[in-house]
Ligand binder design. Sequence first.
Ligand code: MN
Length: 535
Amino acid sequence: MPVRVLCDPGRPTSTGVRRAMFFPRQEPRIQRKNVPAHDGTSPGTKALYSVVVATMRCLAVCQDELVIRMLDEILLPGFEVEFVVEARPLARRLHEAGVTVNAGDPRRTETWVKADLGPSTCVIVEDNGRRSLKKILEAVRDAGGALVYVLGVGAGSSQDRAEEYRQEFPDVAYLSMSELFGGPLLTEFSRSLTRARVQQYQRYFSDADRVLIMLHNDPDPDAMASGLALRNVLRRTKTTAIIGAIEGVTRPENQRMVNLLDIHVEAIAPEMFRDYDRIAMVDVQPHYFGEMIDRVDLVIDHHPEQPGYTAVFKDIRPDYGSTSTILTEHLRAVDVNISERAATAMLYAIKSDTLFFNRSTNRVDLEAFSYLYPLADAALIRKMEGAEITLERLDYVLKAYRSGRLTDQVFCAFLGASPREDFIPYVADFFLQLEDVKWTIIAGIVNETMIISVRNLGYTKNAGEFVRRVFADIGSAGGHRAMAKAVVPMRAFRQKYGELSGDEIGAKLSALVQEFLAHEQVKEKEKEKPASTVG
Ligand SMILES: [Mn+2]
């Protein structure tokens, strides 16, 4: 095996030996000076050149030991890193610790010449915000440095600092340490927090004989997937953790999911609650069950937090696109093996709750999605998705198409009487896919009750807010920013709005939402106004 040339023979101190032992490289490191000029004249130049590029050299000006050690750690596998340090004691200490150091004044061109700076050497200059870097950057430029990065590590706005250098050194790129590492660090911290939380409820559930995981009525993919996932977290089977609902699954595509994934949702009557030692709820909160449940041990949900109940443990994250996303994080935090069935269910749930990431999607939803994808059965998901479109549903899509109206990107339609509720949200989702549609409001009457489904794309206006403001006084209304629902008895609707024909109901809904949006617009404008200063 060819031996790596460690450093210029002329350069006195290098502890590259230690590195060579710990990080043996496959390809020979060819010393720059031995490489023919890359002018295309000598044969084989290209190959040699690429070897050099593969182990790019990096000179970093840092005076802070912590930053040096961090950069050394991060850059080492891919780069040949050397530090330029001013203080000799620090240089000595780092050298003894195995870091490659050049002691010298970075403001002097000769320091860089001595460090063998070339146009393909990457230079990183630490900026702690205390001193101007102009002299250093000039020296680097005079020595022929072309790949220069300033790394902001200290106080002060990185944008201001970037601006400061841009004019005089247009080629210098400004990176900020907090932007570079802040994200992953926060992810790590929040994972530890989640881990602590999950371990607590795992312990709390561990000695129970019978556990009940409650879902909302007519459970959707997210509810069922979350049920499976929680059972996974609790390390239980279908006999020791029952997934239940007061009313079972009715929508055809959900039925299909139940069959394909063999999910059993047990019908639960309120008097059965006391048969269970522990009760958990996923994708729903206790207020949904009213007086039926008087105690709950664990609530995991992505709908806005409801007041007025206590749970031993809860994890409510309204900014998440699905409850399955929360549970994916729980499973990852405690390193539980995710079964293919649970992964498939959760992946399908994230897709369906976020409408293929069209609404209410958070970075974490995408992250959960990409984590689950290789663990899931993609063919099964395609099968479940095919079940969405049925002839009877297309019937209602056509009805909405004929009777609906599109005003300022808001699509509004009244479907009249409908034998099943699921046609209404289906149509609302369907029209949201249309270009130029940002809101859909679809209403229909099921058993003398008006059901109103509201969807929106984009985060600025709140669908939940709309249904609460307009319908809460005559029925029940709730939801989150991107999707909401109102259920209003027809008697109450007529009392408030009078005896309206189908067409008039459509027009009324359209007017109500326009009014709401106009009002919100005014509110936003007011917020934008700078606060007046009181003298
Ligand atoms: Mn959900």
